[in-house]
Design a protein around this ligand. Structure first.
Ligand code: ASP
Length: 305
């Protein structure tokens, strides 16, 4: 049994404000990320390689808030956060506030595999990237017209959901491979108009990302401050492992009770040790998909298909 699930962010995304063409493009973007990750699992690759491959595709797709097309800070620049966790060894790697790394998930993985650390930030992370042969890109590479418009709208005081020039959000992937290894990864530009230096839950192990073999792998999206305070991803795993909750019960409890009690909303994708995927959200919609070796292959944008 092997399986992968992905998300492209949860949030306010009314169906009637997204043209059929825009919905079609989002669908296609999600499906190609899902297929890239699934292809790795199908040929016997690891869950770590699968989540890296899926997230890389979403980072390169300007529709989503990660890598190219990420949201802008109040200063009009892009600052990216990402993390990855290996459920087999409990090793983890993360980067935050990087401005010149094309695929932050790959740098997070380098941190995990080639440093003694878990989280590197800013210029220190980029120095590490250079030392390991990554080339850096100009910050303008990430910036799109749509995100510049979105920043202007937010600064003028309207909510992004009222106009939605680019709906896609934070991205993430969770996977189980043929050997029973679980992995999770998350990547984001954070929140539109965020303060320079603000870091959300996505690169925080236990908040936005967590994986433990035999239990589950988790990637979250939503209001990052609440997910950090709820230690959301870890709480899902802990509830499955120690309280005997099903993965679905654990995910629902975190979203509806813990995150909800903090006045926030969002979404979680998770996969358990048997390859069952849960894709749950309390926001209006969550861009998502899952595919497994039993034949499940689904991509969806809104609550109802
Ligand atoms: N969780 C992300 C953050 O707070 C944002 C999101 O998922 O929409 O940085």
């Amino acid at each position: 049994m092997y399986a992968i699930a992905i998300h492209g962010g949860a949030g306010a995304m009314p169906r009637d404000r997204l043209s059929p063409e825009a919905q079609q493009r989002l669908h296609a973007g999600l499906q190609s990320a899902l297929d890239a990750g699934y292809a790795v699992l199908e040929r016997g690759g690891s869950s770590l390689d699968a989540v890296t491959a899926a997230v890389r595709v979403l980072e390169d797709d300007p529709q989503f808030n990660a890598g190219r097309g990420a949201v802008l800070t109040r200063g009009g620049t892009v600052e990216l956060d990402a993390s990855i966790m290996d459920g087999r060894s409990l090793r983890a790697g993360a980067v935050a506030s990087v401005r010149h790394v094309r695929n932050p998930v790959e740098l997070a993985r380098l941190v995990m595999e080639h440093s003694r650390h878990v989280l590197l930030v800013g210029s220190g992370a980029e120095e590490f990237a250079l030392e390991h042969g990554m080339s850096l890109v100009a910050n303008e590479y990430f910036r799109t017209e749509e995100r510049a418009r979105e920043l202007a709208i937010v600064r003028a005081g309207s909510r992004v959901s009222e106009l939605i020039p680019v709906p896609g959000g934070t991205v993430g992937a969770v996977a189980l491979d043929r050997d029973g290894n679980l992995a999770a990864a998350t990547s984001t530009g954070g929140m539109t108009n965020k303060r320079h230096g603000r870091v959300g839950d996505s690169p925080i192990i236990g908040a936005g990302t967590y994986a433990r073999n035999g239990v589950c792998a988790v990637s979250a999206t939503g209001h990052g401050e609440a997910f950090i305070r709820a230690v959301a991803a870890y709480h899902v795993c802990l509830s499955v492992e120690q309280r005997g909750l099903t993965l679905e019960q654990a995910v629902r409890e975190v979203l509806h009770e813990r995150i909800g009690a903090l006045g926030a909303r969002g979404g979680i994708i998770a996969i358990d040790a048997r390859g069952n995927a849960v894709l749950e959200f309390t926001a209006e919609g969550m861009f998502r998909g899952c595919r497994d070796s039993r034949g499940r292959n689904e991509v969806a944008l809104f609550r109802d298909p």
